[in-house]
Design a binder for this molecule. Sequence first.
Ligand SMILES: *Cc1c(COP(=O)(O)O)cnc(C)c1O
Length: 389
Amino acid sequence: MQWLYRCPACGRTYPIEPGRYLCDHCAKEQRPDEPLRGVLECTWEGGNPEPGSVPLPVEERFFPPIPVGQTPLWAPERLRAELSMPNLWLKDDTCNPSGSYKDRASWLVAAFARKFGIKEIVLASTGNAASSMACIGAAAGIKIKVYVPKSAPIAKRVQILQYGAELIEVDGTYDLAFDQSLAYSNATGMLSRNTAYNPLTIEGKKTASFEIARDLAAGASRSAPRYLAPDHVFVPTGDGVIIAGVIRGFEDLVRLGWIDKMPTIWAAQAEGSSAIARALATGRFEAVPSNTIADSISVDIPRNGYFALDKLRRHSGRAVVVSDAEILEAQRYLSRASGLFAEPSSACAFAGFLKARAELDPNAQVVVMLTGSGLKDIKSAALGVGLKI
Ligand SMILES: *Cc1c(COP(=O)(O)O)cnc(C)c1O
């Protein structure tokens, strides 16, 4: 297999090597108040991987020794009964090493750094990407420098320092942190793990789709194929990298002939940060200051907006928008009726599923992606249960 980057907008290709982030041609038209232009996609030519493996652009031997992914797919019996949805599944990515889905991307970026002998990685984050990169960097022996808004939940900032990363607290939003971290990596040549900007952050996030399809097949009858596509997947969405990665995973499975259809992918967003849902309806992105309790999906400009929108449109993706009150309610309900305590962003996916449920076939195979642990943001969860802290 020969791996390369391809620009989905213009088709230009580039080698996968240090210093390459966006498409030179398409990134020229970038305006400051819109999603990134020229976001690159990984692809391969020549030959296919063995069934059972995931096609990835870095060889397995470079992956750091830390157990990322292979997370459980829960069959939540009480929820299934209460909601009359007998094929509801919860993909539990709260049990990744740093407690979030971001570890899947950090793992691939760290493997890339090891392959090329890179010793330092820098990134901006609302908290989870930074605590994730700090965690994986600790396992891999790579120095990590992170730019995070001062307002990020305390647990995420503590994690960053626990893992020994350098924390720069930015007096402003994630968007400012993004610009500052890029200024640093551009000036020093350090590897950037900024979400969407580094194409490996999208590619790394596709692995969950392979696990879901494999685990659904394992639950089906013996004569079933080794992979089975779900009907619907609900994905909490901020910058649009997780959702793009999840779609990429299912696209790969279709390309390989391992599944026979794409699932319907739902972008679940908070009312106070719903740029991708709005763009899906209007075709345009407007920069609107974000305001939601779900900090991990609170973005003014969704960095991967164009790329994610293109993928959603190509596969008839949907969007569902919920209020902060619905998020907190769903967070409590999910915890009580399943035993899975997820952070508000993840609860947004569950709230989105609850809202869209009336439109779904009751027998559909539905997967809700739970991307971060509830213990990462105790302040919001305390609000939900009426505890003063
Ligand atoms: C980052 C994150 C998301 C959203 O992912 P995007 O790629 O920004 O859309 C959702 N949930 C959690 C827990 C996250 O950390």
